[in-house]
Write a protein that binds this ligand. Structure first.
Ligand SMILES: [Zn+2]
Length: 218
């Protein structure tokens, strides 16, 4: 799952109007933002296997700390708790962030083949394998993204032109990488996967910037 995660983050702005879109991006993609650093440290492992599924040529050999259900529940509680402590945020904001972190696992569970761990140490791997079909994946993921984006556009309005340009250029960019990763050639190496995943922090910065140019509807 790729744009579906961002769809939930966009939509969550309605539930937590005081939270920046950048923070919501960190929460929905916490697993995938932590993952490349764990790959870099040699703690988790990915390999290229063009036969892995129709949607991705990635074989997620091991990712117990970034992608097990138990760890994402713990990361979610930590993110919500830290945000609440730092920002003295209302409980709904903290709970929204925690749920977004866990939602990553749920969406990945729907799309991945059975490679998602339940706990960091157990051997059980689960996944419904939606990625075995490109049309089925698009049929699930594109509506999640569209509905989330629509909620965000209704919950906020641009304060200046950058608020409009920012959001639509980000949407275009997300759709472009989604199309490229779905229909383009597989990445040349696991190292290339690691660094393109690391580049996702730029999307977080982009979201913080554009969100500062938008304001919540009262
Ligand atoms: Zn993931």
């Amino acid at each position: 799952m790729f744009i579906g995660h961002f769809g939930l983050a966009f939509g969550a702005r309605k539930a937590a109007p005081a939270v920046s879109l950048g923070t919501l991006f960190i929460a929905c993609q916490f697993a995938d933002l932590l993952w490349p650093t764990l790959l870099l440290l040699g703690i988790e492992r990915v390999e290229i296997d063009p036969a892995a599924s129709k949607m991705t040529p990635l074989d997620f050999v091991s990712y117990p700390y970034s992608h097990s259900l138990l760890m994402l529940c713990l990361w979610g509680a930590a993110c919500g708790g830290i945000y609440a402590a730092l920002r003295r945020a209302p409980l709904t904001a903290a709970v929204t962030l925690a749920l977004l972190v866990v939602s990553h696992w749920v969406l990945d569970f729907i799309t991945h083949r059975p490679d998602l761990p339940l706990t960091p140490t157990g051997s059980t791997r689960v996944g419904l394998g939606l990625w075995n079909s490109i049309p089925a994946t698009l049929a699930v993921e594109v509506p999640i993204f569209a509905v989330g984006l629509a909620l965000y556009l209704r919950a906020t309005r641009a304060r200046r032109a950058a608020g409009t340009i920012g959001v639509w250029s980000l949407v275009a960019f997300l759709l472009l990488i989604y199309a490229a990763s779905t229909f383009g050639p597989p990445p040349p190496s696991a190292r290339a996967v690691l660094w393109s995943a690391q580049a996702m922090w730029l999307l977080v910065a982009w979201a913080y910037w554009l969100d500062r140019n938008r304001t919540a509807h009262d």
